[in-house]
Structures are given as C-alpha cells and as structure tokens.
Design a protein around this ligand. Sequence first.
Ligand code: GAL
Length: 668
Amino acid sequence: MRALTDGRGLLFGGDYNPEQWPEHVWAEDVELMRAAGVNLVTVGVFSWARIEPEPGVRDFAWLDRVLDLMHGAGIAVDLATPTASPPPWLGHRWPSTLQVDERGHRLWYGSRNQFCPNSPIYRKRALSIVTDLAERYAAHPAPALWHVGNEYGQVCHCDDSAAAFRTWLRGRYGDLDTLNEAWGTTFWSQRYSDWAEIIPPRHAPYLINPSQRLDWRRFCSDALLDHFRAERDILREHTPDRPVTTNFMGFFKPVDYARWAGEQDIVSNDCYPDPGDPLSPARTALTHDLMRGLGQGRPWLLMEQTTSAVNWRPHNLPKPPGQFRLESLQALARGADGLCYFQWRASAFGAERFHSAMLPHAGPGTRLHAAVRAHGRELRRLARVAGEPVPARVAMVFDWESWWALEEPGRPSDRLNADEQLLRYYLPLWERGVSVDVVPPSAELGAYALVVAPNLFLISDEDAAALTAYARAGGVLVVGPFSGVVDPRAHVRTGRFPAPLREVLGASGEEWLPAQDGPVPCRWAGGGAFEAHTWTESLAAEGAEPVAEFAEGDLAGRPAVLRHRFGNGVAWYVATLPETEALGELTERVLRDAGLAGALPSGVLPPGLEAVRRGEVLFLLNHGDGTATVPVPHPAQDLLTGTTVTDHVTLAPREVAALREKRPHEPA
Ligand code: GAL
C-alpha cells in the first residue's frame, strides 16, 4: 500500500460538505482550495440521506460530480461511508435501529449518530450502501483514502444489544458457571441461572456489579469494532490498495483504541484543544503521542481540528491569531503527516452554524482565511518531514480496560483518575522536551530506556510479568499508586498489594488511605520537603530504598516513594500524588537513572516552550505568553523562514521554528 503522502507531500485540507451548498459554490470552493494548497478533502461523512433519499433508492450523480471536480483540481478525496448518520426514514420505519439509553429511553433522529451498533436492520442497510459506494468508486481516481463512519462511540442498551452481549459473553466464558464466577455473582444474590436473564447494565437502584460493567464496556467497544470491520472488509474487497481509517477522538473512554488501532491502515484523530485551558498544549501533545504510540510509531493523520472556535462548549473562545497554525505544526512535529480541519466552508444552517472553518461565513477576504492560505503554502516547505519518525526513548503505559475498571463507582476515591494521572506524569517530561510514546501495557517495551505507568489499577499476570522482565533486563520502570489492584475480571488481588508487581517494586502495602483535603507533607530522604495530595498508602520496603517519606500523621516516617534496584534495572513506586514541582524533581531523578535528556541540553525550557524532534528537524513551539529565547546546539536552517540560526532562536508567542541542523560539511 502506498503512503498517502507519496507524490503529495504533507496532507492539508478538511471535511468538505458540498451537499450543503448549491453547485455554483463548488466551483468557488475548488478555486479557493487550490489557492490554499488543499490536497485532501473528506467527502460524504453525513451524506446517507442524500445518497439514499428513500429506502433502496440511490443517487450518486451529485457525488460523481464532486469527485470529478476534485480530481480535475488535483485534490485527493478521503471518501467517507455515510453510516454515522442514518436518514430519518430508517428510524421512522425501524425504530429498533435507534439507540436506547440505560433508562430505556430511545434516542431519536433529528440530530446525528442515532443508531444501535447491534441492530441487524441498521447493519444490513449500512453494509448495503457501503457496498454500492465501494463498487461505484473503486476505479475512480479521486479517492485516496476510505473514512469509515465517523467518531464511533455509540452505546445502546436495547434488546438487540442485550442479545449481542450474551453472544459475546458466551464467546468469552463458554458457560454460565464461568461467567458467574468471573462476575462474582455470589455477591448480592446476583447469580444467573439462564443466559436469557443477562442484560446490559441498565438503570438500577444502586451500584451495579463492576465486573459486569467492565465486560459491558469491553463488549460495547468490540461491537462497534465489529461493525467497523464489516464496513472496512467490504471496502478492502473492492479496493485492496486504498487505505482505510476511521477518526479517533483522543482519550475517548467508550472505545478501546488500543484494540482498534491495528485494524486501521493509518491511525487518524480529531483534536479540539480548549483555548481556555492552560494545560491544552501539553494535553494535546499527549494525545498526539497516543496516536503515534497506537500506530506503533507510524505517521498518523490529524483528521479534524479547527481554525478558531467550536460551537459545542458552553462559551466558545476563539483562537487568537497564530494559534491554529501553532497547533497544526505541533501535530506535525509529533508525527502527523496530514493536517486537516473540520470543515472547509462554514455551514450556514444546521447545528454547527457557529463552528469555525477554513473558509468563514465572511468569505475569502478575511484574516482567518488568509492565515489558512498562508499555512497551506508553508507546509510545502516542510514536505521533507512527511513519513519521518519521532524517536522516543520513553513509553507511558495507558490501558483502556484499567481506565474503565479504575473509574467505576464504589471505590476508595473518585479523585484518582487514569487520564489525569497520565497527564500529571507527562507534564514534566513535556516541559523538558523528552519525547514519549503512549502505549498499551502489552506493547514491546524493550527499546525504551524508561517506562512510566502512572496507574495500572487493573493488570493481567502477563502484563505484570512483562513489566517485571523489562526492569530486570535493565529498564527503568515507574509505577504510580493504586496499581496492580485487580485482575482482568475486576476481582481484587488479595494479599499485600500490589501483588503482581510486588517483586519488581521491592515493596508492598496493606492499606490504601485517601487523604483529607489539603496538602500531604512529605520529605525527600536526602533532605528537602515537598507536598503531595489526595492519596496515601501504608507501605513497607522489601528491598527497595525509600526515596521520600510521609512527614506527618499516622504515616509519618513511612515510605511515600521507593526506588528498587532490580536485576539490571530500577523500579520506582510512587504511593501518593506529588505536587507539580515534586513530580518535576522525581522526573529528573528517574531520567538520570535512565540516562536520558531532553531535546535540548538546557534542561527545563522556558515556560510554554515545546521542543520535539521529528526526523532531522527540531521543532520549537512557543505556547507561552512571553517571547522565548532558546539556545540551539548546532547551526541550523529554519525551514519555515529559510533563515540560518547560529546560536539561539527568539520566538514570539505562538511562533514556531523548524530547525534542520546543518551537517558538518554544510556552511553555517
Ligand atoms: C467532530 C465531528 C465533526 C464535527 C466536529 C465539530 O466531533 O466529527 O463532524 O461535528 O466535531 O467540532
């Protein structure tokens, strides 16, 4: 399969919804797209009702014209299957195709995404239109990529879903005794005596069985994946060489992307950083590193981002000038080969009238559109980056199943969140310009010098053994609190915790102790105090050396952070939530253990300055409010400006440098 970028360079474009506009507007669109350097548009995402106005009727003529137009203009098409948004006739004639929530309420049409992934009728109709679409456009030269559905995430509690859940459970457990055992149904008289009794976790008087809920989440993700696969396989049958993707949504809880990523020819993601959140730059970088990790280091596509405000937050801040370019270049620096937007032309009607676009309502003669055009053109200067890897020696482990299991109600504290912990540990690495891949626990870890697992509440025996083997073989491992607590059935592993990681961590505990509001005072063993919060554990060292201890209260003098020389490596256990500065200090120590440094020798970069290497280019991105001056290690050429940089660069807020270091024989 050819890389999408072959002959095209970096991809630039967006969702294009020509069905919302009369055809004379299409001609203007194409002209403006060309002027902006657009080379990829996503077409057809919400076009089911346009293609199939009545059951069984097909109207492809308009889509033929759109694809011909794009091909004539040299713009490739990411052709979407329209199955994310069925027409009203489907729900009207067959209400069972509509989702049902956990209270038994049906979710009606009039919006989008109203389908039950387990409805045989939806499935039949969806696969039928996908087949016709694939047949019709198999030989058309415009489509370069298939885009299956859109942002999968439907969860349905209807009877069809209950039946599909039972089938899935039979596949997992074989017989009812095994299921009863796995779900711990001796608790609260929940024993099932007939498969027919098993239902999705519907609205109930009190807490629902956590093992049932965990399996339900697995099932829901798998059911969507099954539907995705069915569409994808039809597309592959007709166009074996055309890559297939579906757009992810970053850390989206309902869908286990680690199970989905291997099913994509290219990983793609939608990303809408909140302009009002000061942590957005790091949060976004983390999401990009997840996409790269999911694709095992391969380039990915930023399928959707936006030029300014969205319409779906309560108060939608616009992006200041320079912001969307900064964000686009951030994705590029972190491994994206395509930088696409939702959407090309701002809608005049519908629920997204007030969502920004590449071409705003006010037209092409606007500041915003001029910036889009300039950005499209400048990407040509960065074409050499396409396909290049982002080398990372640090892996952060993140697991959807553990996330689901941890955040079930009825736990010691709802203040310990898997994604939040991941971000907390990521921040000090990001601030130091240390590149990270976010990977599942089952990933091959051998090539990483440092593996950080901020929380692995649920861990399988195999994954625990792999982490243990990794440290024994010389790796540096960091494990955060409340890890190794339950097995894949969500049963607590009895005995001292964290049972399956006890050997590698050289420590064990007997109580998890959520803390009172306010700081938890701690001190480093070598001197110096710091504060933690929210969470403590009563631990005993079993070979590990205490690096920090709790300073007050019942745990005074007991270990808070431990370091264990283990085999040829080192394992750290952090039994509390250190404040930002202390996590920075901890990160420094851990990096030293791993023999790692950031992208620049200067250590901590100016606030808000992101540094990341992709291929032979060092990207410096200023997310901060002030002008930043950054020393550069070697003379370099800034690919964005064409200028030569000798010893430092100065970047105004939202400015970016893409430095290609001069080789020794090249003149400075
Ligand atoms: C995405 C979606 C697009 C559009 C966009 C608005 O979630 O895929 O169709 O709705 O959000 O931000």
